[in-house]
Design a protein around this ligand. Structure first.
Ligand SMILES: [Mg+2]
Length: 163
């Protein structure tokens, strides 16, 4: 299980994931976690920079899709403003909904990547499905609970890197 917690790639944030990076690896679908990956927790709409980033991926033939564990309607609202399809309450790291997203987009695990800020949901889920796993730094850890969880995940990451 520990080797499934090892992300294939680690970036500071989603803006470091360029169309060139993805296309050179044959990736045509980028599934994105929402909270703390695309936007901070809360009700903020997608930033102009984020929309530009998405457009650059689309222009390169890459589909962007939100796979979020949130149960809140915000996922749908954000996805609409962002101009992408989405699955909410995805229950990552369970593979079912990640695989459903891949299928809905006409991709395959080998041509898909999933980016998120959490090892135990995003990275683990991606690795279970056999798609490329990309870990990014959480946008904001202003809630003590997120901070604790992040510290625990860093310990897992150190362990996983040793394998
Ligand atoms: Mg997240």
């Amino acid at each position: 299980m520990l080797n499934k917690l090892k992300p294939d790639y680690i970036f500071d944030g989603v803006f470091d994931i360029t169309p060139e990076f993805l296309t050179s690896r044959g990736i045509i679908l980028l599934m994105c976690d929402l909270d703390n990956t695309l936007a901070p927790y809360g009700g903020k709409p997608p930033s102009r920079e984020l929309i530009e980033w998405k457009k650059s991926l689309n222009d390169a033939g890459i589909t962007v899709f939100i796979v979020s564990n949130t149960k809140k309607p915000r996922a749908g609202l954000f996805a609409k403003q962002f101009g992408v399809d989405y699955i909410k309450h995805a229950k990552k790291p369970r593979p079912e909904n990640i695989l459903a997203a891949i299928q809905a987009c006409g991709a395959a695990p080998q041509t898909s990547a999933l980016v998120g800020d959490q090892l135990l949901t995003d990275t683990l889920g991606a690795n279970k499905c056999g798609c490329t796993s990309i870990l990014v730094r959480p946008i904001s850890l202003n809630n003590p609970l997120y901070l604790l969880r992040n510290l625990a995940e860093k310990a897992f990451l150190r362990l996983a890197r040793r394998i």
